[in-house]
Design a protein around this ligand. Sequence first.
Ligand SMILES: [Zn+2]
Length: 139
Amino acid sequence: MTYYEDLSPYEYVKESIPAGVSAVNVGWLEPGEEYTQGEVPEGFTDALAVMVRDSRRMKMRGWHSCRLAHVGYTEPYPTTVDVGGQKLSLGGAEIRVVAESGEWLIAPDLVLHYVSNHSYKPPTDFIEAVMDRRIAPGE
Ligand SMILES: [Zn+2]
């Protein structure tokens, strides 16, 4: 996957963004690139997990795997996550939410793994949009 700085203009599947909508990147992490780490609010990870289970967008064939270092264990391919007893493969879709400003915030679904396993702390707008379940329209 390509590295995109948080809140940089979204370009990956640009033609999928409706005209007039501004969209930015969240959570496109790669080894060697700095990212914000920290605690996320109570309930955020659960809300994100439900979104990954129910509201993924831009599903693609195959998976990108997490390439960050996993200390003390080997992450399987594809990267998987357990959501309420259901095993989901990450790395083949996006999460798209809407900030209060109307801007779309677009993350790879791997963002759930980054938050859970790599202490990634997404920008506040993204955290709020996920907790408020402001999911962008689309398939
Ligand atoms: Zn990882």
